[in-house]
Ligand binder design. Sequence first.
Ligand code: AVJ
Length: 341
Amino acid sequence: MTPTTLITRAPATPAPGAPASGTPAPAASRSASGFAGDVRHFLTQRPRQLPSRYLYDDVGSALFEAICRLPWYPLTRAEMRLLEGHARDILGSGTTTIVELGSGSGVKLSALIAGAGSQRGRLDVHLVDVSGSALAEAERALEGHPEVRVVPHRATYEIGLQEFGRARSAAGRRLALFLGSNIGNFDPPGRDAFLATVRSSLGRGDALLLGADLVKPAADLLLAYDDPLGVTAAFNLNLMLRINHELQGDFDLQGFAHRALWNEEASRIEMHLRSERRQRITIDGADLSFVMEPGETIWTESSYKYRPPDVVSMLERSGFGVRAQWVDAVDRFALTLAEAT
Ligand code: AVJ
């Protein structure tokens, strides 16, 4: 049996004046201008950067699925064990509608529904993902559940949530799923603004299940984000391949190296692409040309790591009351179930 700890909490009152003062995630606020606009904007920032959501084209999504199977990246397996072990508590009996943000291949949702048993009526499932291939795969994964009706949204979280909010939903509890520690890609202000957006798409009494990776020894974290097989390096480098293909860029992938570092103060893993020499990069489709110095990096991802009480307080600041928190003690991963208050 997986060792877990359970903390059950009394209904909480939201902290006064807490929510959503932060700026929205930069990627979200610029989504109207699309990939080219974002590439141009973020590559000319100091430090140079690219929004991590662009890592997930078809190749990137496949590489991410491979990462999840690596022995050094235990997040997905830990979360699956928690979902399977607590499916009935999570899904309850009154849930009629689920929205999953960043559904990926759909295996987690499928395991959750299977684990909760099949004595239920129709279940409306809204899947939000930027990857068309991931959405198609998730729809296939859910075909085995005849009570499930799938509504796919090929969209960013924010747009998908808006569409979900506008969709008529059945009477009964709505459950939002934000799994895989995808929350960790937001910086703290963006995270709080995002949780407030999720809260506003739900009604009082609806629920949010949040998966969050926890702080653990730096050596373990570095192996998870710089694996000996080089799959994470390929995942990171692929972002340049995508820019070359979609925006007529001329990145020389051999002129860059994958770098992962643990930023202890900020409690986050950072992924960077480091230029190995002085080189000019031209991206016609983004109307951009610039020189990178040896050692200069492009910051492509932050993956924040939390302590269990951090997760409770971020939810409470955003209009949720925590009902339960399950922690995988071996791989240090938390699932937190909260109710919109
Ligand atoms: C899918 C964003 C949760 O941050 O751990 C995996 C992505 N990056 N390896 C993470 C990722 C490098 C992953 N998330």
